[in-house]
Ligand binder design. Structure first.
Ligand SMILES: Nc1nc2c(c(=O)[nH]1)N[C@H]1C(S)=C(S)[C@@H](COP(=O)(O)OP(=O)(O)OC[C@H]3O[C@@H](n4cnc5c(N)ncnc54)[C@H](O)[C@@H]3O)O[C@H]1N2
Ligand code: MOO
Length: 468
């Protein structure tokens, strides 16, 4: 590779958790200088590649940190050489209709555009009354959504619906079940009333201009409801990262039964919805075959924030990912991870605003790469917080790899994680039935030992799980 690069396994200078505020700074401060991307740098100098013979795979936790941080420094690196200036302020905040904002992060505070409630409102069905009872009841009632009703005078009441504007000079609302009408048609309270009872005064929840939610808030269904109530048609959010998927391999069929050494492409159908569940906008899925030129053209032409390739990461005769990255002058940030399956996975910076995650071709190895490298990177680009780590005890012992972390599909049963079989690198049978992946440290885990769990987006019914 020609561009300044990072040897795999290089220690990050700073391993603090990525902070949402820092990620948001990406969209707020376009010319911020880099702090750390996990690249090894000699004091005072640019990042350097170490000789290939010193190459070692990156430990799994460290690879995730590098991926989470990589997106932060994209702009500054672009200015140093791998120019893609036409990308401009692609990560600048965008205004989107409420219907498209679910799962995104607010890039501007949600300030009330109105008082809430915006008028004095009846909290109950009953009568708006003025002064102490009994009251003469006016003939025409007041419904929600109707024009300003006529004001009341002492001793007068009017039928009112929940949510309707209370007439001026109303002193309380009497609930339907707490009023009795006598033979002369006068209304009496059947219990003690207090001044202002069952009236929601204008501005009770907020005044115009009050901050309802800060920058960095994840847009949930409740946030959409609040935004609508407060007068918003659109909200200002961090844009969804754009992802292009490049499927490599001449042996892949897109339909029918496997035959003559050809197999069905399992990643083309799996990755786009999974990426959407991780908050990405999948802008294209292209089939490249085992054609290095086509791969180079596709990588060079792509405008996506993240390019994901599948297959071709190892050292076989048609494994073109490394040579193509070298050809395009990419900066390798992670080159192999100490994780099984998926150890040949890689992460590179290809342009100022663009990264590439190379997923190994074996399908479960690809899942491992997706969750190890693509998920933290997408999370950073979207300014989303890292999920709170959690552990559960393992129902059975899991054999470990001597040096590498293992990711094992599990189902969650009661307060245990139950390891699933069919967890080989080429198998999807285990993960297709799983709720999570258990992180098994080098050396393995005993029965009952607590294991960290990586949730699958649909199993947690998380907010990203819209699949839209
Ligand atoms: N000499 C070595 N060979 C291999 C090593 C190694 O370290 N040294 N690592 C092995 C491991 S582990 C993995 S994982 C694979 C990674 O290989 P690649 O990323 O180069 O992937 P391919 O060779 O293209 O494919 C591997 C395997 O996966 C199948 N495949 C590919 N794409 C798909 C797809 N879209 N859907 C379903 N299956 C797919 C492909 O047919 C191969 O069977 O390398 C090992 N070799
Ligand atoms: O990444 Mo490979 O599929 O570890 O076994």
């Amino acid at each position: 590779m020609t561009a300044p690069g990072t040897p795999a396994g290089a220690p990050a200078a700073d391993t603090d958790d990525l902070d949402v505020e820092e990620a948001l700074a990406l969209v707020r401060e376009p010319h911020r200088e880099p702090q750390d991307d996990g690249a090894a740098r000699p004091p005072g100098g640019p990042a350097v590649r170490q000789p290939a013979e010193r190459h070692t795979a990156t430990p799994w936790p460290h690879a995730r940190e590098i991926a989470a941080r990589a997106a932060r420094t994209a702009r500054a690196h672009g200015r140093q050489g791998t120019a893609d200036s036409s990308a401009g302020d692609r990560r600048a905040p965008v205004s989107v209709p409420l219907g498209d904002a679910l799962g995104l992060v607010l890039a501007a505070p949600l300030d009330a555009l109105t008082d809430l409630p915006s008028f004095d409102t009846s909290a109950m069905d009953g009568w708006a009354v003025a002064g102490p009872g009994p009251w003469q009841v006016r003939e025409e009632g007041v419904l929600a959504g109707h024009a300003q009703p006529e004001s009341l005078t002492d001793g007068v009441a009017v039928r009112i619906a929940t949510g309707a504007r209370v007439p001026a000079d109303t002193t309380a609302v009497l609930r339907t079940e707490h009023g009795r009408t006598d033979a002369q048609g006068r209304l009496h309270p059947t219990r003690e009333m207090s001044h202002g009872q069952d009236i929601r005064p204008r501005g009770q929840e907020c005044r115009t201009g009050d901050q309802l939610l800060p920058v960095g808030t994840l847009v949930t269904p409740a946030v959409l409801g609040l935004a609508a109530a407060a007068g918003y048609d659109t909200v200002t959010v961090v844009p969804r990262p754009g992802v292009e998927v490049l499927i490599l391999g001449d042996e892949l069929l897109t339909e029918g039964l496997p035959h003559d050494g050809l197999i069905r492409d399992a990643l083309g159908p799996m990755l786009p919805p999974w990426l959407r569940a991780l908050g990405a906008d999948v802008v294209a899925v292209r089939r490249i075959g085992d054609d290095a030129r086509a791969l180079r053209k596709a990588v060079t032409a792509s405008r996506a924030d993240l390019v994901i390739t599948t297959g071709g990461t190892a050292a076989g005769p048609v494994d073109h990912v490394h040579p193509v990255l070298e050809r395009v002058g990419a900066e390798l940030l992670v080159d192999g991870v100490k994780v099984r399956p998926g150890h040949p996975m890689l992460l590179a910076r290809t342009k100022e605003h663009q990264h590439l995650v190379g997923l190994p071709g074996n399908p479960l190895a690809a899942v491992s790469g997706l969750l190890t490298l693509a998920e933290p990177l997408l999370r950073t680009l979207a300014a989303r917080p890292a999920p709170e780590p959690y552990t559960l005890p393992l129902k059975e012992a899991v054999q470990g790899h001597p040096y590498d972390t293992r990711l094992i599909p599990v189902v969650l049963r009661g307060d245990h994680a139950v390891p699933l079989h069919y967890n080989g690198p080429a198998m999807l049978r285990g993960i297709a039935a799983a709720d999570a992946l258990a992180v098994v440290p080098p050396g393995g885990a005993r029965q009952g030992e607590e294991a960290e769990l990586l949730d699958l987006p649909w199993a947690t019914a998380g907010i990203g799980v819209c699949f839209t």
